[in-house]
Design a protein around this ligand. Structure first.
Ligand SMILES: Cc1cc2nc3c(=O)[nH]c(=O)nc-3n(C[C@H](O)[C@H](O)[C@H](O)COP(=O)(O)OP(=O)(O)OC[C@H]3O[C@@H](n4cnc5c(N)ncnc54)[C@H](O)[C@@H]3O)c2cc1C
Length: 551
């Protein structure tokens, strides 16, 4: 993860910083991951005056490092956490309806082998229970598959001792783009969101938290942000109110990606590690297959978390065990990344894997709340609970607050269907349209309109230009990192191709943002160095020859 700051601010951002310091807000949200932007959206839709500050880019923390599943979590059934599973399943359905395209149903296969801890009937029963818990919000489609059915669905799957499996439906998203969509929706509802602005310390007056002293990290100015209520949505960062950190435990989860031609898959698969029996997933995403995740307690600073070479080898071993003909080694890996799960410590010595993914609202001194734990899937519900909790405090201060609107309100005004239609009219290849729909959801219509208005054919250059312009004009993009890792294309899934794309993308950004030649060169060089550093930390040397890992 690169600490590089963008070369400069923009006039829109400067105006936002002025507004930030000019008034007292009903609610100040600190942290622009999925949790923070969801709180900002919920509160703004209820009529509150809301400001949000994020020290890096939106979703730069855990919210761009997840497995991207929108699910109840089949494996949480083993811990009998039925409430959590039901909550995730209900939210899954709501997201499928309110963020179509961006959240989409996906087929899962759960193969079972002789000697596995869970027999085929137990897995089938588990999936049945999973579907039953979704009652009223389910996706259906559960099927038993025999050995032959499974190997027909996934020809490369290991056959020795294969008993059969279960196929069912769940959902997936693009975590960063979902966070950006929720952020855009919050802004649409009237919230003010500013990135590269760090809360340095909470301000207290007469025993009450009244906002935060903050730094504009680009102008290096100090700002006083005043608010009647303040919420910390800082994920694994616990510097502002260390008392909350006693409730937190952080676990590193790593992923790697491989070119899909090495592991051809058209559905998501649950895999069991040959080393320790842990469950993980193989997930097709565009031209890649993502493998993950690991789950290790790790107290590293959140901005420094990266996969270790051992994580990479663990995941490669999993791939080679499950798909014997894949024959993949470190040189095949196109991207590797890790995130820190902000888990709620319960004082137990459970493995990180087994700790509950529930969320909790911790009250600090009057005027301060911390929203901790939770999942990408449950962000909407977490935000609703938080705003319900602070409502009485705001009502006491004479602030009117409306009902929660997020259960049914569409995230974005655009239409995926219209966006697809416009791109088809421009004869854009179907695979490209599919990839863009999964990135943009309803905003595909906005991108397609930009492309329709441009004269001539849509080629890779005009597509990149339209994406860069949209990212800068409407999506708070300030640096090459923001663009390549979190807004367009495969991002961390293909760091090698991001390195190749850096030069043309930086030239387009420079033209839009008025960067000097020196600034542009520095952005490109630092991007290249950062991406290579991230690959090297995971033990990946792009020039190395393939060495098979595992049996
Ligand atoms: C490997 C892995 C896989 C996962 N897979 C899934 C999955 O498949 N499905 C699912 O539902 N969930 C999944 N999760 C969980 C999910 O990703 C997290 O619960 C969620 O992203 C946490 O979001 P957050 O906003 O709370 O934290 P973050 O995304 O970390 O956001 C916190 C933000 O606060 C900012 N911040 C911190 N301090 C300050 C400050 N002083 N001033 C300003 N800003 C500050 C940070 O820069 C950061 O952007 C996964 C997690 C991991 C690690």
């Amino acid at each position: 993860m690169k600490a590089l700051l963008p070369p400069r601010s923009t006039p829109t951002r400067d105006a936002a910083l002025e507004r930030l310091a000019a008034r007292e807000w009903d609610l100040l949200v600190i942290g622009g991951g999925i949790t923070g932007v969801a709180v900002a959206r919920d509160a703004a839709l209820r009529g509150l005056q809301v400001a949000l500050i994020e020290q890096g880019d939106f979703a730069f923390g855990t919210s761009s490092r997840s497995s991207r599943l929108i699910h109840g979590g089949l494996r949480y059934l083993a811990g009998f956490d039925f409430g959590l599973v039901r909550e995730g399943l209900v939210e899954r359905r709501r997201l499928l309806e309110t963020a179509p395209g961006l959240v989409r149903p996906v087929r899962f296969l759960y193969p079972v082998y002789r000697g596995d801890p869970d027999s085929l009937w137990k897995v089938n029963l588990g999936v049945l229970l999973y579907e039953t818990l979704a009652f009223g919000y389910g996706l259906g489609g559960r099927r038993w598959l025999g050995r032959r059915g499974l190997t027909q669905s996934v020809p490369g799957l290991r056959r020795d001792n294969l008993r059969g499996g279960v196929s069912y439906f769940d959902a997936a998203t693009h975590d960063t783009r979902l966070t950006l969509a929720v952020a855009a929706s919050a802004e649409h509802a009237g919230a003010l969101l500013v990135s590269r602005c760090r809360a340095e310390r909470l301000v207290e007056s007469d025993g009450q938290i009244t906002g935060a002293e903050s730094t504009d990290l680009l102008g290096r100015r100090t700002l006083q942000v005043r608010a009647r209520s303040t919420v910390l949505c800082c994920g694994p960062w616990q510097t502002l109110y260390p008392a909350a950190s006693v409730s937190m435990r952080t676990a590193r989860g790593s992923h790697i990606s491989l070119p899909s031609r090495r592991v051809p898959l058209d559905c998501f698969i649950t895999l069991r590690s040959p080393r320790d029996g842990r469950l993980a997933f193989a997930m097709p995403v565009g031209e890649h297959v993502v493998l993950g995740t690991t789950d290790e307690d790790d107290a590293v600073a959140p901005a420094e978390v990266r996969p270790t070479p051992a994580d990479t080898d663990y995941l490669l071993e999993l791939a080679n065990h499950a798909f014997p003909s894949a024959d993949v080694g470190r040189a095949d890996v196109s991207g590797a990344w890790a995130g820190l799960r902000p888990l709620l410590a319960d004082g137990s010595h459970l493995d990180a894997d087994d700790i509950s993914r529930r969320h909790r609202i911790i009250s600090g001194p009057p005027g301060l709340w911390i929203l901790a734990g939770g999942k990408l899937t449950t962000h909407r519900r977490m935000a609703e609970d938080l705003v319900d909790t602070i409502a009485p405090h705001l009502a006491d201060a004479g602030v009117a607050i409306g009902p929660c609107l997020t259960k049914t309100k569409k995230l974005l005004p655009g239409s995926v269907v219209l966006g697809r239609k416009r791109l088809n009219e421009k004869e854009v290849a179907t695979a490209t349209v599919d990839g863009l729909a999964a990135l943009y959801g309803g905003r595909l219509e906005v991108l397609a309109t930009r492309l329709s208005n441009a004269s001539g054919e849509v080629d890779s250059e005009s597509l990149l230009r339209a994406q860069v312009e949209l990212a800068i004009d409407d999506e708070w993009t300030l640096s090459l990192d923001d663009l390549l890792l979190r807004r367009i294309g495969p991002g961390a899934l293909d760091l090698k191709s991001c390195i190749a794309q850096a030069e043309p993308a930086a030239r387009l950004m420079a033209a839009r943002l008025g960067w000097s030649k020196e600034d542009t060169r520095r952005e490109i060089d630092e991007f290249h160095a950062g991406a290579r550093r991230d690959l090297a930390a995971a033990g990946i040397d792009p020039s190395a020859t393939t060495q098979r890992v595992g049996s």
